[in-house]
Design a protein around this ligand. Structure first.
Ligand SMILES: [Zn+2]
Length: 468
């Protein structure tokens, strides 16, 4: 009996080993980079991107990178929020460099709330768990490991490949390394285009990849303080002219106002490709709007989906409210925060003018809040980059569409696009219908997605590095 149990246990152990042994030697090395990154806490509160950057720099140096090709950076008042830039020189005198971008920082994770330690790379039943396994240490590890391998293999690309690992993407008020580089070290990261997070695949519950997305462009936040003022007075003798009522009426106008529909190359391609072949009302509307943005019936159908509604226009919504100064006084002042997400190409001034026209009350003030971005930049669809994503995807996932998407949120692409570095969120890694837990609990990614996505991106980078 005992021996039979032992045999079974041994068989299981051997099977377990066999799975591990299925990894190629290069995958074992990569897994170690991934593990080291996940296990280096880079949350803003207690972590350090500077330490993670030093570890990644050391790996590149060990692979043969010269010290002169590795640049560490940090702002003096943010010593724990540093990063690193590394350069693999290309052979061509004419081809412009390409940039691989990644943020090292992660969203906070509380051990007590997680099933496993968020800062340990746990692999269970073919799934990696840990903070950053998806957002975005899987990409960071892929970039670092890829450049190290290229160096060791003495692979000299045509085009110089640059890597920038930064900090501060996840926290709005944190020091942002990508912004800092774009402002202070533009030459160091100069590139024809950059590859970044924001894209990726969707799989069904059985792990079958259905679509792969490329993020091309994103919306930009602009906030306004909406305010009404009034002489006020004693609440025992009210009149209809009241700062709170006036603000409330203006807020309802904002609620009822839909900014005009807009399409750009990215969203037009998104609706055409994502809707292709579908016969349900939403799918048909997607195809129709891509052909004719003036199709009101299609627009009405798509507006039922809050994601599509937002992709099709600038949006503004009330998010905070204040008013009055005493319970027995007529309000002298009332205010609200209006959070707008501007469609690429829209301006603060244009957005403000449309809101004012919708409110139609000169007594309601709209005050633009910092940061004010004169214009949100649309990212061009570069056929060379899109072509590489598509041709390599056809090898890994035959028949799976590669769909351009425009994010309604924001990434570090926001800082690179305005300084002339079009930035694309890469396809490759995928998650299932349950998502990846990014920013939330028990963040995870299937090992198959990790290893396949890494191979895919290696081929994409090689293709682009050797393109003219
Ligand atoms: Zn991220």
């Amino acid at each position: 009996m005992l021996s039979r149990v032992l045999t079974a246990v041994l068989a299981l152990t051997v099977a377990g080993r066999a799975t591990a042994q299925e990894l190629r030697p290069d995958q074992v090395k990569f897994r170690e980079v991934y593990r080291e990154l996940v296990e280096t806490n880079t949350s803003l509160s207690v972590g350090s991107c500077t330490i993670a950057a030093a570890k990644m720099g050391a790996r590149l140096k060990a692979a043969g990178f010269a010290d002169s090709d590795i640049t560490y950076f940090s702002a003096p008042d943010h010593p724990k929020e540093g990063g690193v830039v590394a350069i693999l020189h290309g052979s061509s005198k004419t081809a412009k460099p390409m940039l691989l971008l990644g943020h090292l920082d992660v969203v906070e994770a509380k051990r007590a709330d997680w099933v496993r330690d968020p800062f340990v790379l746990n692999e269970e039943n073919g799934v990696f768990y840990g903070r950053g396994t998806s957002d975005m240490k899987v990409i960071d590890a892929t970039w670092v490991d890829m450049l190290a391998r290229f160096k060791e293999q003495k692979f000299v690309p045509k085009r110089t490949i640059k890597l920038a690992l930064t900090c501060g993407e996840e926290t709005l008020e944190a020091f942002n390394g990508a912004s800092w580089l774009a402002t202070n070290k533009r030459d160091l990261i100069d590139a024809e285009f950059a590859l970044n997070e924001g894209g990726g695949g969707r799989a069904d519950k059985d792990g079958k990849v259905l679509t792969q997305g490329v993020q091309v462009g994103e919306k930009v936040v602009q906030q306004f303080r909406m305010e009404t003022t009034n002489p006020g007075g004693h609440s025992s003798v009210p009149i209809k002219d009241n700062a709170i009522y006036q603000l409330a009426q203006a807020l309802l106008k904002v609620r009822d106002y839909d900014f005009p529909l807009e399409l750009n190359d990215t969203t037009r391609a998104f609706f055409a490709k994502a809707g292709a072949g579908r016969t349900d009302p939403t799918g048909l509307a997607m195809q129709a709007i891509a052909k004719d943005p003036g199709d009101k019936a299609a627009e009405a159908e798509l507006n039922k989906d809050r994601g599509f509604h937002s992709m099709l226009r600038t949006t503004c919504v009330a998010t905070l409210l204040d008013g009055g100064h005493a319970e027995n006084a007529l309000p002298q002042r009332a205010g609200a925060n209006i959070n707008c997400r501007m469609f690429p190409g829209d301006t603060m001034e244009g957005t403000k003018a449309k809101l004012e026209a919708a409110i139609a009350d000169p007594g309601v003030k709209l005050i633009p809040l910092q940061p004010i971005r004169a214009k949100s930049m649309p990212a061009p669809m570069n056929p060379k980059v899109m072509g590489a994503f598509e041709s390599v995807a056809a090898k890994y996932w035959p028949g799976v569409p590669v769909i351009p998407t425009m994010s309604t949120g924001a990434s570090d692409a926001l800082y690179l696009i305005p300084v002339g570095i079009p930035t694309y969120g890469v396809p490759g890694f995928w998650s299932g219908p349950e998502g990846s837990g990014a920013h939330g609990l028990n963040e995870h990614m299937a090992a198959k997605s990790v290893y396949t996505g890494r191979d895919y991106l290696t081929d994409v980078v090689k293709t682009l590095a050797d393109a003219d």
